[in-house]
Design a protein around this ligand. Structure first.
Ligand SMILES: [Zn+2]
Length: 92
């Protein structure tokens, strides 16, 4: 399936390799056999993008995982002790 989207994150064009910056139109190619994979083409390779109204929204950018890791770390009761430093004997 071919769909022009306004990308929310940086995308690499799979044909020429240029980086398409967030907010610019990019052609997304998806396959019915595997919906998890997508290919991206820039305007230079896929032709001119349609008008702004015809562009569909991109998927949301990935969530900040560091905040989630902090919550998990607090749940596990981990502290900020540097175990590698204590193994070397320099933790004083
Ligand atoms: Zn390209």
């Amino acid at each position: 399936m071919r769909a022009w989207i306004r990308t929310a994150i940086r995308r690499d064009c799979g044909r020429c390799g240029i980086v398409v910056q967030p907010g610019e139109p990019v052609l997304r190619l998806t396959f019915p056999m595997d919906s998890t994979k997508a290919l991206y083409r820039c305007e230079g390779c896929a032709g001119p993008a349609p008008t702004d109204e015809a562009l569909t929204a991109d998927v949301a950018p990935p969530a900040d995982r560091s905040a989630m890791f902090e919550r998990i770390r607090k749940l596990l009761g981990a502290n900020d002790h540097d175990w590698k430093l204590s193994q070397s004997g320099d933790d004083r």
